[in-house]
Design a protein around this ligand. Structure first.
Ligand SMILES: NC(=O)c1ccc[n+]([C@@H]2O[C@H](COP(=O)([O-])OP(=O)(O)OC[C@H]3O[C@@H](n4cnc5c(N)ncnc54)[C@H](OP(=O)(O)O)[C@@H]3O)[C@@H](O)[C@H]2O)c1
Length: 334
């Protein structure tokens, strides 16, 4: 059965997500409509991707009765209002990460999904990669013994990108890329709440975090370290250390195509794109799209691999890390 997608915004990630959908069977996924703030840009996007319908405002997409699920690809300060717009129109929603600016907003989105009886998932695409599924299998079967430590880093120079540095556009390393390190650690620790969170960071003149190091302590004397920066290229790897071995995710840990288990490497290539992409390995968003389809066909309102509770815990930890480093958004005082 075909799932009919609507795309909210004609920006960079919306382009890549639409290319990713095209790698999947057309009888399973159809992009039926795109909406942007400007009709001309929506029409250009529609033409480029052979999308039948283009709308010049998001409200018109919300009113389209033939859309099953909306992909929200706007910048993060708008995720709350756009998510609620579509869910109030009884649309299922896959929303880009971070799901919202803080825990309060994430809880509003979850409440909206529950009240409207629709599906909602934060687009933490990494969790649906074959590498992530293999990590889950290795950990559950004790292949590296008992888990002791996890480490992840994500650093790329982004200070030239306005939405990465301007506070009102939701700038800051943690919400943009550090979230991938935290979600990795929480995946490895099976959604467990850490016993303690310690964050250190440096901020730009705009008041957002340029770099952060977050140390998490989990039950049973287990630790995790997350490092993110928007001013330098880091190794961009992740490592899981157990009592009997090591799992390493080489760069790029947020969209991984290989895995080393005790030094033995296996490759997991992503599908080839049909158009040039804005971001590396973006066709790997096909895995999260498949998860959305699976959930919708099963009548599920959330995915167990990236649940509402997972999104809430991520937001809660990011709120605490920002509090310790002193990064405050206008949304925090509402
Ligand atoms: N999964 C991933 O790998 C990945 C990669 C990059 C980004 N992201 C996430 O995707 C989201 C968008 O990132 P992007 O790089 O695609 O951003 P972008 O291209 O700069 O902007 C995306 C869209 O947001 C809307 N927008 C931009 N600036 C706005 C403003 N000042 N006021 C109101 N609306 C504005 C526009 O929608 P219209 O087209 O309707 O005008 C724009 O096309 C972010 O939340 C980011 O965290 C995810």
């Amino acid at each position: 059965m075909v799932i009919r997608w609507g795309i909210c915004s004609a920006g960079k990630i919306s382009h890549d997500f639409t290319v990713a959908l095209k790698t999947l069977p057309a009888e399973n996924h159809q992009v039926l409509a795109v909406a942007a703030r400007d009709l001309k840009r929506a029409q250009e996007f529609a033409q480029k991707h052979s999308i039948p319908r283009a709308y010049g405002c998001y409200e018109d997409l919300a009113k389209d009765p033939e859309i099953d699920v909306v992909y929200v690809g706007t910048i993060h300060p708008h995720h709350l209002s756009h998510g609620v717009l579509f869910m109030n129109a009884q649309k299922n929603v896959l929303c880009e990460k971070p799901l919202a600016m803080n825990l309060r907003e994430v809880q509003e989105l979850i409440a909206s999904a529950q009240n409207n009886h629709v599906f909602l998932m934060e687009a933490v695409w990494t969790r649906f990669f074959p590498v992530s599924l293999e990590i889950g299998r290795l950990l559950s079967q004790g292949e590296v013994g008992e888990l002791k430590l996890a480490r992840a880093d994500f650093g790329v120079p982004l200070t030239h990108v306005p939405r990465a540095v301007e506070k009102e556009l939701g700038g800051g390393a943690l919400l943009d890329i550090g979230i991938y390190c935290l979600q990795f650690v929480l995946m490895v620790f099976n959604g467990e709440r850490p016993e303690s969170i310690q964050a250190t960071g440096v901020c730009l003149d705009t008041g957002v975090d340029e770099a952060m190091v977050i140390t998490l302590k989990f039950s049973g004397h287990r630790l995790a370290v997350c490092t993110c920066t928007i001013s330098a290229e880091l190794p961009n790897e992740a490592v899981i250390v157990g009592t009997k071995g090591t799992i390493k995710v080489p760069a790029h840990m947020w969209c991984p195509t290989s895995l080393l288990v005790n030094g033995v490497e296996t490759q997991y290539p992503v599908p080839e794109p049909t158009l040039p992409l804005n971001f590396i390995n973006s066709t790997g968003m096909c895995y999260e799209a498949e998860e959305v389809r699976r959930c919708l066909l099963a009548g599920l309102k959330q995915s167990s691999r990236m649940s509402h509770a997972d999104s809430a815990l991520l937001a809660e930890i990011m709120d605490e890390a920002r509090r310790q480093v002193g990064v405050v958004y206008s949304q925090d005082s509402q």
